[in-house]
Design a protein around this ligand. Sequence first.
Ligand code: DON
Length: 596
Amino acid sequence: MLPASCSHDVSSATPVTAAAARLPSQAANHTANHAVGHVVVHALLAFAFCIGLATNTLAQASRNGMVVAQETRAARVGVEILEKGGNAVDAAVATSFALAVTYPRAGNIGGGGYMVIHLAGANRQIAIDYRETAPKATTRDMFLDENGDPDPRKSRDSALSIGVPGTVAGLALAHQRFGSGRLTLAELMAPAIRMARDGIPIEDDIADTLPRAETRIGRWPSAAKIFLKPDLTALAPGDLMVQKDLAATLEAIAQHGPRAFYDGPIAEKLAAGIQAAGGIMTAQDLRDYRPILRRPVRGTYRGHRIVSMPPSSSGGVVLIEMLNILEGYKLGSLAQSSRIHFMSEAMRRAFADRTVYLGDPAVVSAPLGRLMSKRYAATLRESIDPERATPSREVHPELGAMREGDNTTHFSVIDRFGNAVATTTTLNFSYGLGFVAEGTGVLLNNELDDFAAKPRSSNASGLVGGEANMPGPGKRPLSSMSPTIVLRDGKPLIITGSPGSSRIITTVLQVIVNAVDLNMPIGDAVSNPRFHHQWWPDEIYVEPGLPPGVTTELTARGHKVVPTPRATSANSIMVTRDGFVGAPDPRTRGSSAAGY
Ligand code: DON
């Protein structure tokens, strides 16, 4: 059994000192203990490695601004905007458009996303919902087969799965309302347009993931000619990825604004291409798309304020519900197996509530206040047995037995004024549907698989959906994306989020718990092995690196522990007294922190 404090004195082998990367008060303690701790540190470092405690060698520190993203060029684009005097929102918009070119598996203009913003001057937080919507012709049983059973080919692999893209409208709104006013949309988009037109070399994550998408992309000649070679194998290192049609589409948006995407020749081409592929989206659906400004959900955790994404994402509500439950335990002084037990029990309960209550707030009204209240958390905590796993079938038993049943990108930005932006965007699967509407260069999403094809059926990530999340015209499918800003004393402390479908929310939870309860430097809070429970299936998924004894103890408590590969990518920033520490997630090649 390992004490939770085993990470406390492990120095980071990164350009960032461990003291600089911790929370301010903890950094002070660390410095005071430094002299006595020196020899101990080395012994513990060896110990930490043998227990699989990761040390994040990608972490970087900076004084004036920072962008941490899953792709290096896009992170640099953002930081150049900060250097030119743009604010964090300008940088986030520029980085997003760049990711649509350099990280086509999840960066996009053919999908959607969410942005959580902290405005330092006004001391105010805003959420922008630019989630895709279902076309008007969507019906409740659209993703069922002739026997009335969910047909994943329809919801994941066909043009019926394409939601009306929200990214262009969302980013333009962010720029217009919350940008610095010093840079035009065209200036923010110029680097993306240049990279689409001139091409970028295939490397890092694209080199890793494009071959896995060959079959999906190869079905559509309009997409294959951009991302594959004539023999339908993926572009590979040594090749240049040139996206001329995408450059022209971006150029039209830069010159004429977002309506150029939603109304006129581009929208006509999108609708025609989607319909020719068997989809139901019309030009009117595109014309009707609107992003929504929302009040973020807010919670507190051990003196910190948590600001995260409200529905149409489940992310913030589930995160706050879990944190409220966990606040009742001294996580930092528990044995690791006990900590994972309590955290898994909190995950199980919050994900069960997700199924029962959450959906598009335009259509369903969820008891958000109750779900995020400390009092409700206390009743849930009472139902947790410290020694035994609660079987998932006993949590919301009225749902009865369930059937058992990738990609997104998150980046974080902070500027020298103290404005912060957490943004998560997605096409749902890696490279979305793999489909490009001819002549647009726009790779389209398959987001509508996030609806429940039928109550109590599960989607591609095994998430069980309820009545609240059934398909409907104009409706936003329930998401798990959780761009989150943790504030202390009213100022940003941690900016985080992740891809990974259902794992997004538990990833964000663990980044926060690792930093706040376990005093980890942010680099390690991000790279440390993670685990995940989503209520159904009733299993804890664990990444490599947990000591074997922990699995044995969890199994003895009645948990089913299932090893899983390392996944998700929580590109995060922590503000320390020594500056901004950017922590790219080493799970994805190419993740990087760019600061100045
Ligand atoms: O919105 C959601 O929750 C999902 N469509 C996100 C998909 C995802 O993160 C897949 N990536 N790893």
